[in-house]
Write a protein that binds this ligand. Structure first.
Ligand code: SAJ
Length: 421
């Protein structure tokens, strides 16, 4: 039976675009978020996050009546769980939001329904969702990875999101999908639903494999970036331009090193590798070390800023860019924030922050002394040290004439004619 109504739980960076794209294909979608402000904003036809073209598609879906928003789930044919899966203080996966979302949909399930976990999860979490549902609804048979061909009333699968913030709407449609089912027909049922908008290939497998595939993708990128950052740690004290090293090494046909920077942020690459480490700490020294190398970069950058002549002379320091990467407003795990925290421990100069995508400083910085959020123009007037932390397009427009009057530390290679890491 074709899915006519989908309930998407978690209207964040993945859930909201997914809900809006499904709605744009004529499917009735109820988006669910526990935050009433988020629900209110979406009901008014607006996204609550910055992502190219999302405003247009959300507005169209809401005004066309295909997307509605709610603080609790409703009866539907398919439920997509796109809630956060953070780690706890010990860097172990914290599944409380996934548990709450699973619990919330349990009473609405009926035979024939499909439950899809889109959140990135540790290996075994999709089976755990099945176990939670079996507890909550003993009247319905859940699928099991131990006996995939056994009868079941509900289908459960893992279809991890793979979209890149900044180009979510494009990638939602174009990327291949890896879909892992718990029961024999669950992956196919999921692929049938996603064929409403996915143009990439859909690769069907079991749920545990899909879970490890998703974690591997982000851990692979983290290890590669850590390699680049380790090279930067070696090159910088030697006065060698690490970006030139990477660019020239990449001219070899079998070498592809990613870019060094101030560290790795976001809710994915800085978090997901820990899910693999938590699963098997003894067999993951490489993944753990890569995380530690990347987490060590903000302190190294802060020490370099503290060492600049104008910093030592008490000059005003401008830090350009707070989000974890270019042209989005996402501050989660942002290395820029850690650089500034580390810098504040080392120097008491005035620090100006420029982040065009936010209106107020996050709490972790707001309580620090002598720090304020200003515009680009204000900072260019007042600061004698410019530190580029996030490569927002607008920062590329700062003229060479201005740059040459300042001490510069460019952690992203945006201002190539200046001293940069
Ligand atoms: N970064 C570098 N050097 C690079 C590339 C990135 O320092 O060469 C930094 C970025 O500045 C940023 C961090 O790494 O701080 C992560 O950014 P990203 O663009 O690599 O990735 P995310 O976290 O925005 O999105 C990733 C993507 N995963 C992969 O590319 C394997 C995306 O496809 C996933 O859907 C997303 O994680 C997720 O949700 O898991």
């Amino acid at each position: 039976m074709a899915v006519k109504h989908v309930c998407v739980l978690g209207l964040g960076y993945v859930g909201l675009p997914t809900a809006a794209v499904l709605a744009s294909r004529g499917i009735q979608v109820t988006g669910v978020d526990t935050n009433p402000k988020t629900v209110e904003t979406i009901r008014n036809g607006k996204p609550h996050i910055v992502e190219p073209d999302l405003d247009m598609i959300v507005h169209a879906a809401v005004s066309g009546g295909k997307l509605t928003a709610n603080t609790s789930p409703v009866t539907a044919d398919a439920f997509i769980l796109a809630v956060p899966t953070p780690f706890d203080a010990d860097r172990k996966p914290d599944l409380k939001h996934l548990h709450a979302a699973t619990h919330a949909i349990a009473e609405f399930l009926k035979a024939g329904d499909l439950v899809i976990v889109e959140s990135t999860v540790p290996v075994g979490a999709t089976a755990q969702v099945g176990a939670w549902l079996a507890d909550a609804r003993p009247d319905l048979k859940m699928p099991s990875s131990d006996a995939p061909s056994a009868d079941h009333d509900i289908c459960i699968s893992h279809s991890p999101e793979r979209v890149l913030p900044g180009q979510v709407l494009l990638e939602l449609v174009r990327n291949d999908r890896v879909i892992g089912g718990l029961g024999h027909d669950c992956a196919q049922k999921t692929a049938d639903l996603y064929s409403a908008f996915v143009e990439g290939e859909m690769h069907l497998t079991d749920a545990q494999t899909a879970e490890l595939v998703k974690l591997s993708e982000n851990a692979y990128r983290d290890v590669n970036i850590a390699f680049a950052n380790e090279l930067a740690n070696v090159a910088e004290p030697l006065g060698i331009d690490v970006r030139e090293v990477v660019a020239l090494a990449n001219r070899h046909p079998r070498v592809n090193i990613l870019n060094p920077g101030p560290g790795v942020g976001g809710h994915c690459i800085a978090v997901d590798p820990w899910f693999i480490v938590a699963t098997d700490p003894d067999n993951t020294p490489l993944i753990r070390t890569a995380r530690n190398v990347n987490d060590g970069r903000p302190a190294t950058i802060a020490a370099q800023i503290a060492d600049l002549t104008n910093t030592k002379n008490g000059g005003v320091i401008a830090c350009l860019g707070l989000s974890y990467k270019a042209d989005i407003d996402d501050l989660r795990e942002s290395p820029s924030i850690h650089v500034i925290e580390e810098l504040r421990k080392r120097v008491d100069n005035q620090i100006l922050i420029i982040e065009p995508n936010i209106r107020a400083l996050p709490a972790s910085l707001d309580h620090l002394e002598n720090i304020s959020l200003v515009t680009l123009e204000e900072c260019l007037n007042d600061a004698s040290v410019l530190v580029l932390l996030t490569d927002h397009k607008v920062f590329g427009s700062v003229s060479d004439d201005i740059l040459k009057t300042k001490d510069i530390l460019d952690t992203r290679g945006v201002w190539p004619r200046t001293q940069s890491i």
